[in-house]
Design a protein around this ligand. Structure first.
Ligand code: ZN
Length: 88
């Protein structure tokens, strides 16, 4: 988990969903982001995802319209849910 994300990144939600966040490109801050693929990783409660979390993880591969590619990760670790990004 090289780049842990602190929420809220940018709160844009309005009632009835006030906790919506907008994903910005971690390289340039641009907000035109596209989702490419979603991969689910089975952690087997034994760090099998190789992401640093013990449980399952989900990786969202994204790119911004300036050409930066990055992966947004979500993973379970001992009852906590972590999110992070990595360049790819
Ligand atoms: Zn970018």
């Amino acid at each position: 988990m090289p780049y842990t994300i602190q929420f809220p990144i940018q709160a844009i939600g309005k009632e009835p969903c006030p906790f919506t966040v907008k994903v910005l490109c971690p390289e340039c801050g641009f907000d035109y982001i596209h989702l490419e693929t979603v991969d689910r990783l089975d952690g087997q409660d034994n760090y099998a995802t190789k992401t640093g979390v013990r449980g399952n993880a989900t990786q969202l591969r994204c790119f911004c319209e300036h050409g930066h590619k990055f992966m947004l990760g979500f993973g379970s670790h001992k009852g906590n849910l972590y999110t992070w990004w990595e360049p790819c």
